[in-house]
Each structure stands twice: as structure tokens, then as C-alpha cells.
Design a protein around this ligand. Sequence first.
Ligand code: ATP
Length: 298
Amino acid sequence: MSVTVRVPAKVNVQLAVGAARPDGFHDLANVFLAVGLYDEVTATPSPGGPRVTCSGPDADQVPLDRTNLAARAAEALAARYGRTPDVHLHIAKDIPVAGGMAGGSADGAAALLACDALWQTGASRPELLEICAELGSDVPFSMVGGAALGTGRGEMLTELEVGGTFHWVFALADGGLSTPAVFREFDRLTEGTDVPEPVASPELLTALAKGDAHALAATLVNDLQPAALSLRPSLADTLAAGTAAGALAALVSGSGPTTAFLCESAAAAEKVAETLSASGTCRSVRVTAGPVPGATVL
Ligand code: ATP
């Protein structure tokens, strides 16, 4: 018997970053939107686990040892229920690796839900979300999906109403960017400046609630973007190419290097994708929409 869970990627429509805290983390106001790029994690009983395998275009960049967030999720759930994590986890990976779209976090949430179904632990939703928060700041959102505001270091979630579907193009870049390295660059760039407290933008929350793409485009903001651009200056060309192609707005997704383009309609997104593809400023492009549900047993 095996259980397969499908889990979406995310884009941060607002990522407000506060000054580094004494523990090195940053307070965030993080508005997540789940979008339709998916990984699938299949859990199958297997003695001596957790064992991890991975397929997909970026599979060679995914660690298969116990640092993989899927393996860590299985171990955390097994430890809590006093059982051995005898499971094989296969990740069919379509979310770019180290792309700023929370692919690892997605696999953590998916593995947790898959093992929970396989082992029939009877864990409650709040218990599963507590384990998610221990695994990483972005993991609870991968479980919940839709749209949500994350505060604290991003893991305290408030679900948000969204009044429509938003159409996106994502431009994938060659190679990844390390999230800790991007935060270090943020610290370097903001050293000696007064970094304001991160707060969710009321205008942005209203735009989401109304499903108004033009209003959302006017309010998209990512405080990590200057740091990502400083580490990867070529992303400026990708952003410019997407804007010139007719996107309503362009921004770096999370810590990058994936770039995100909000479009007026599905047809507009197809057109932007075509132009971006031909521009030679990115590795590949994907057209999708959000919000979509979080981790789901298939
Ligand atoms: P975020 O948007 O949450 O900052 P990201 O999308 O930039 O994350 P991930 O794809 O989650 O980045 O990968 C970051 C690193 O995590 C990888 O380089 C890899 O070493 C490690 N990692 C651990 N587990 C996984 C996993 N299941 N899939 C991908 N990477 C993983």
C-alpha cells in the first residue's frame, strides 16, 4: 500500500523583512500564495527507512540523505508516535530546487501528510501544523495552501480570503540561490540603516480579497529582491523582459532566483511566457495560477 500527496509551490506576494534578531532570524510579514506548480511525494512501507528517491529535471540537486525535509518530516512524525520511520519516500519533483518557491518545504509537508495517512496516527490538524513549524518557517503554509499571512519568522499563519484567480508566469533561472546567503546579503545591504518593523500591507490584502490583479500588481513587494539582485545581477534583465512583454508586475520570488510575473489573464500570461522564453534571459518558463489548495492526498 502507498499514499501519494500532491503539494504546491508558493510565491510571496509580499515579503517584508525586519532587522536581524539576536537569534539570527528575521521577523517577517510574509503573504504567501500557493500556485499550481506541484511536487508529488509517495510514501511506501520500507524497512530501515526513511529512504528518499527523487525524479524530475532538478533531481540531481536534491539531497537524498536525512537532511532532505521529507525524511526529516517522516522522522519527526515517527518520533512523536513512538514508531520507526520505515518508509520509502519518492519525490516526483516539478518545483524548482533552491528557486525561492519553497520546494523543500513543500516536500516536508507532503511527506508528513503521506506518512500520517500511511501510519494512521490519528494526529490532529493542529498537531501536524506544529510539526510543520518545527521543520521550517515555510512548511506550515505548504500544508495549508491557498493564501495566508505568515508572521513571526513566517510560521505563524493567518489564512486569507482571495476573491479570484491570479495568473502568473515564472521564469526559472540556472542554478539556485541559498536562502541563508540571501538573508546575509540583506543584512549587509541594510547595515547601519533603520529597518522598519515588517507589517502586512492593507492595500495588498484588499487587492487579494477582491481578486483585483491590477491592484495586486501595484502593491507586490519583496524586501529580499535587492539582495537577490545583488547576488545575481542578471535577474534584472529577466524582470525587465517580462515587464516589457506586458506583465502587470514583476518580482523576485522569495529569495530567488525564480522571477514571478503577474498577468491580467491566462491569455496574457501565455503571451508573456512566449516572449520571456525567446528573450534568452532565463532557463525556462512556466505558466500557472493561484491560489490552489495545500498538500492533498491523491
Ligand atoms: P524557500 O523558498 O523556502 O526559501 P527554496 O525554494 O529557495 O526555499 P528549496 O528548493 O526548498 O529552496 O531548497 C533549498 C535547499 O534545501 C536545497 O538546496 C537542498 O539542499 C535542501 N533540501 C532539503 N530537502 C529538499 C527537498 N525535498 N527538495 C529540495 N531541496 C531540499
